[in-house]
Design a protein around this ligand. Structure first.
Ligand SMILES: [Ca+2]
Length: 459
């Protein structure tokens, strides 16, 4: 009897302590104002709005780089791009000049030879060690040579593309077939709108594990990024953001041009896929034990603009670096809360490790912290500063001060009174300008002192 009681108590305790499932959703180039619940645009995101209502929405949340690859490297490693080595795009720039890569030429191009240093430990490595089933569905963007692909980086499942953009229907990147199932390239879904493909694979992964084993689904959509399609393959014009006609049709009478209807349509289709994943988790009885996170990998690329923020993707203005962020975990973070605390994507990895009841290896230098107490409202954000560098473009935020020095703009701004970065206070506040430059220099020195390696240096 006592043994049975003890067994029962132990079973209850282990159930109570069951690590939460994690669904980390990333969208591609979705601007800071581009959620329905922001009320700023005719965009429709009812499922993301539902996540916002069930959890916390952060309004001052930043990524580490104003474009895809380095931002995503920080998400997966919890480290600044300048620390993990992936501090520029993995991209064949020759496509910008209309160059068409042959299959053979592509195989030895930067998109195949560069990637996230295999010595870096990813969220997949760390959560797998904690007993999680780990899957990636969507845009990996961490390199495509076998050593860089998810199955070699801690993940058990991968369906998606390794490079940073594709055509939504052919799944080609400027003519090169780009989807992988596991480690093998596949054209099995050629012709199907890729968000629908990712939806199907995400549901497969969730249904395979929900209720049986804690799972981590990394679900980085390529939507709503512009298609990586050569103009000559599309009637002489680049297609922009592709979306199925039924989704575009919803927006035609609401927006000024077809391009914007495509962008909103792609977001609406992605939002429905997210809703389907939420529903699968609910059907498995796992809603209470699942953390959903959502963010964009960088600021909006110009579709409808990022007002009231200035600038867009690839710039050091707030519109390039500040992104929408949501986190829902029923019973663990308050429902419907909005926080203006200063937070970044560097916080995601430590937060998820803490939620999973595990810790990072002692020798791993992380650049963020567990942000759950901040999202709950139990404490102010410990983050007081953040730094960015993209080639010669530099920026820093310290407290409410923002400084940038870049090809597309410079100056010193007070984000508290001027979130739109309209009044340059450089000459009025020389002492603050000096302090910002000094902080940036100290950060740069710290990054230079980190392990001297990276795909653009050496392994
Ligand atoms: Ca992006």
């Amino acid at each position: 009897m006592i043994v049975r009681l003890l067994t029962c108590l132990l079973a209850t305790a282990s159930l109570a302590a069951a690590p939460p499932n994690i669904v980390l959703i990333v969208s591609d180039d979705q601007g800071w104002p581009d959620l329905g619940c922001m009320g700023l645009k005719p965009i429709q995101t009812p499922n993301l709005d539902r996540l916002a209502a069930a959890g916390v929405r952060a309004t001052q949340f930043y990524v580490t780089w104003p474009a895809c690859t380095p931002s995503r490297s920080s998400l997966l490693t919890g480290r600044y791009p300048q620390r993990n080595g992936l501090y520029d795009m993995v991209r064949n720039d020759l496509v910008n000049y209309g160059h068409r890569f042959t299959k053979e030429e592509y195989a030895v191009s930067p998109e195949m030879t560069l990637g996230l240093d295999p010595k870096e430990r990813t969220l997949g490595n760390l959560l797998k060690a904690a007993g999680y089933a780990c899957g990636v569905v969507g845009k990996w963007d961490m390199g495509q040579a076998k050593r860089y692909l998810p199955l070699q980086r801690g993940f058990d499942f991968f369906y998606g593309h390794g490079n940073n953009g594709i055509d939504y229907y052919t799944h080609e990147r400027y003519g090169i077939p780009s989807l992988f199932r596991g480690n093998v390239r596949t054209e099995e879904d050629k012709g199907t709108y890729v968000t629908e493909v990712f939806r199907r694979e995400a549901l497969y992964f969730v249904n395979e594990h929900a209720g049986r084993k804690p799972f981590f689904l990394y679900l980085p959509f390529n939507a709503p990024h512009g298609a990586s399609t050569l103009a000559e393959d599309n009637g002489g014009q680049k297609p922009g953001v592709q979306a199925p006609e039924a989704y575009k049709a919803r927006f035609r009478d609401k927006v000024k041009d077809e391009k914007l209807a495509g962008y909103y349509g792609a977001v609406a289709c992605m939002d429905e896929a997210i809703g389907a994943v939420m529903e699968a988790v609910a059907q498995a009885g796992q809603t209470e034990n699942t953390i959903f996170l959502f963010l964009s990998d960088n600021g909006g690329s110009g579709n409808g603009g990022n007002a009231p923020l200035k600038g867009s993707k690839s710039t050091m203005w707030e519109g390039g670096l500040r992104v929408p962020f949501l986190l829902a975990w029923p019973g663990r973070v308050p429902a419907g809360r909005v926080t203006d605390e200063f937070l970044t994507s560097l916080e995601i990895l430590p937060t998820l490790l803490a939620a999973a009841g595990t810790t990072a290896p002692k020798d791993l230098d992380l650049d963020g912290f567990d942000m759950l107490p901040v999202l709950r409202g139990d404490q102010p954000s410990p983050r007081t500063e953040m730094f960015w560098q993209r080639r010669s473009d530099r920026a820093a935020r310290v407290g409410h001060w923002k400084w940038l020095d870049s090809a597309k703009g410079k100056g010193l701004y007070d984000l508290l009174s001027d979130p739109g970065e309209t009044r340059d206070l450089s000459s009025e506040k020389p002492e603050v300008l000096e302090m910002m430059r000094g902080k940036f220099a100290a950060w740069r020195a710290a990054m230079d002192a980190t392990e001297p390696r990276g795909p653009f240096r050496d392994y």
